[in-house]
Design a protein around this ligand. Structure first.
Ligand code: AMP
Ligand code: GLY
Length: 424
């Protein structure tokens, strides 16, 4: 099979590595890819926003399947245009991608399908949103409706903070994403991410993970795209998974099909495990980054036929197998991340790390300059390790981090703390 993988972050490097291991793969093209994907694929220069150019590349290269990594091309309708051109694509249509692209859309779906989630109000002006906040009190959660690169959510511990967040949204802090605001009940519990492959009708459960969104140790400082992750999440046992499939995932697929936009691709449920049971915080319509980097190393067997079956609406009773190992990834970042990452510092020592057993380095924001690897983004490297326990995977991952020669880079030193506290 000839596959085009869209994207160039750590998530796509992890997907590329897994796809490259498939006996069914003949050619893998990554656009744009990264210095990491270069080792397992051919990187292509392609303007992913130019859908005709993507289709032309697929025709010239006889691509049998396009796998779309990030959310932006999905929300922009790349999957729709590929499907219209008769090219098999793994990833939802723009209409189905509203599950991530519009928080209001997802909340309404939850209402219609009786899916457990936080109580909420939806507002298109500040005075009404503020009145609702004053009536509900704090803590309370303010969300810009649209895509805001993970920055559109304020968990407000006071009413004042909530009112300020409402002003930010309506004053344009998140552009068009903030012209509508969702105000939500604060949910207490443990957060977990759960991933399923979907073919429009059927959902095939994958596995769970937990990430670390704050930049600093002890979950402090500003939010980021994710500073590290591990899989599986100990809180998410088989009973919990069955409940989530039944109460959240199945009614979502049913509701989407009823709306005429059946969901194909990865459904990534952000969940809060509360004393009343699991509740949906949000959906994403793609693999998590860096969660994908800990899921792929645990998947036994071939990813490619699963993605193709999902794209073709033929998941049927496909199954997956998982190693008993835990996987953990530490994200190494450029100085100044998340506010203003400084690009250009030189990274060495990857060869030493790649020789370590049960350790893999996935490239996120890297580039080559004059034959040297440099930092070229905020999140730069994902140091991923497996082990019999999360503690073991963590020890290996940090041993590898210490072997990397990149004095400017930084990372959190406590990835996995919650699971490790349980293991102890
Ligand atoms: P989101 O972008 O929707 O994932 O929100 C970012 C983060 O805000 C989530 O990962 C949670 O940690 C937190 N959050 C979002 N909604 C709620 C909620 N209703 N209650 C508590 N925390 C929330
Ligand atoms: N790590 C969070 C995300 O991918 O949205």
């Amino acid at each position: 099979m000839r596959v085009l993988l869209i994207g160039g972050g750590g998530r796509e490097h992890a997907l590329a590595a897994k796809l490259a291991a498939s006996p069914r793969l003949t050619t893998l093209i990554c656009a744009p890819g990264s210095p990491g994907t270069e080792a397992v694929a051919t990187n292509a220069v392609l303007d992913v926003g130019d859908h005709k150019a993507v289709i032309d590349l697929c025709r010239i290269q006889s691509v049998n399947l396009v796998v779309i990594g990030p959310e932006a091309p999905l929300v922009a309708g790349l999957a729709d245009d590929l499907a219209a051109a008769g090219i098999a694509v793994f990833g939802p249509t723009a209409d189905a991608a509203r599950l991530e692209g519009s928080k209001g859309f997802t909340k309404e779906l939850c209402d219609r399908q009786g899916i457990p989630t936080a109580a909420y109000g939806r507002f298109n002006n500040a005075p009404k949103a503020k009145a609702y906040v004053r009536q509900q009190g704090a803590p309370i959660v303010i969300k810009a409706d649209g895509l805001a690169a993970g920055k559109g959510v304020t968990v407000a511990m006071t009413v004042e903070e909530a009112l300020a967040a409402i002003d930010d949204c309506f004053e344009g802090a998140f552009g068009d994403a903030g012209t509508e605001v969702v105000v939500e009940e604060f949910l207490e519990g443990e957060e977990v991410s759960f991933f399923c492959l979907c073919d429009g009708k059927t959902a095939l459960p994958l596995t769970s993970a937990q990430d670390h969104k704050r930049v600093g140790d002890g979950d402090t400082g500003p939010n980021t795209g994710g500073m590290g992750a591990y899989s599986p999440a100990p809180v998410f046992d088989a009973g919990m998974q069955a409940r989530v499939m039944d109460e959240i995932i199945a009614p979502t697929l049913k509701g989407m099909a009823a709306l005429g936009c059946p969901f194909t691709g990865v459904l990534y449920a952000g969940l809060m495990v509360t004393t009343e049971g699991p509740k949906l915080i949000e959906y994403n319509v793609r693999f998590g980054d860096p969660e994908c980097q800990v899921i792929m190393p645990r998947l036994s067997g071939d990813l490619l036929p699963l993605l193709k079956a999902a794209a073709d609406g033929e998941l049927g009773d496909a199954t997956t197998r998982w190693t008993d190992d835990a996987a953990l990834t530490v994200v190494m970042c450029a100085p100044g991340y998340p506010a203003s990452p400084k690009k250009g510092s030189v990274i060495g020592g990857l060869d030493k790390v790649e020789a370590l057993e049960n350790v893999t380095v996935f490239h996120a924001g890297t580039a080559m300059r004059d034959g040297e690897l440099i930092a070229n983004g905020g999140r730069v490297l994902n140091i991923t390790a497996t082990g019999g326990t999360v503690s073991e995977a963590q020890a290996r991952a940090y041993q590898a981090v210490n072997a990397i020669d990149w004095p400017e880079g930084f990372c959190r030193s406590d990835i996995g703390w919650r699971a490790i506290a349980r293991e102890r």
